[in-house]
Design a protein around this ligand. Structure first.
Ligand SMILES: [Zn+2]
Length: 216
């Protein structure tokens, strides 16, 4: 069987965790487009140089470049039996292109209410000294605002402030909705209810497996 899986879902929904788990279980590579960008830039490949020029001026990397990068990665030998792909397709042209060069078996669409994601990310506190991560509700420090490990001060990262998260969620749903609709029309979308606390990850994985077990 092959398991060509694309992963959809807003920032903070836990995609990275679920993907890592599934990739290990099915013995397929877990590919993040963000990592592909970073590696291409680091290795100064032709594509990497072009990507860098867009990223450093704050522009979106054009579809054609993203498509080329992902296509060549998916042609590597380790993707023979499948892959998990996170961060692609982000636009309808990217999705259309993929249908030409690679079969998509299923798009796992992780969903959770905005308020839940806001609380998950908005409750995070990071130690300003050692980088340890806490959560005001789920993993609180012993003394409010102070790191258990090094007594450093706990701070909220600027990109984890409620108004910033809200904006990221809005941008995501606006941008990605057409892609989800496109894939849904093709019958490829599997909605996964990710509204569970992280210690109940098995409930999320079980839903994924229900879909993955039908692949042939
Ligand atoms: Zn600390």
């Amino acid at each position: 069987m092959t398991a060509n899986i694309v992963v959809l879902g807003p920032p903070g929904v836990g995609k990275g965790t679920y993907s890592g788990f599934l990739a290990k279980k099915y013995g397929i590579p877990n590919i993040s487009v963000g990592d592909l960008f970073r590696n291409a830039i680091k290795n100064q490949t032709d594509l990497g140089k072009r990507i860098k020029s867009y990223v450093s001026s704050g522009d979106l990397v054009p579809d054609q470049i993203v498509i080329e990068l992902v296509k060549s990665r998916l042609e590597e030998a380790d993707c023979k039996n499948g892959f998990l792909l996170d961060g692609y397709p982000r636009t309808v042209p990217q999705a259309e292109a993929m249908m030409q060069f690679k079969k998509i078996d299923v798009a796992l669409n992780f969903v959770a209410p905005d308020e839940v994601i806001m609380e998950r990310i908005g409750g995070r506190r990071t130690c300003s000294k050692c980088g340890a991560i806490y959560h005001i509700k789920n993993v609180p420090p012993t003394i409010d605002g102070i790191c258990d490990r090094c007594t450093g001060r706990l701070v909220q990262r600027s990109d984890e402030k409620p108004e910033v998260i809200k904006n990221r969620l809005n941008v995501y749903s606006e941008k990605t909705k057409p892609v989800v609709d496109y894939l849904r029309k093709k019958g490829l979308v599997a909605d996964i209810d990710a509204n569970y606390p992280i210690e109940e990850i098995d409930k999320i994985i079980a839903q994924c497996e229900k879909y993955l077990s039908k692949l042939s």
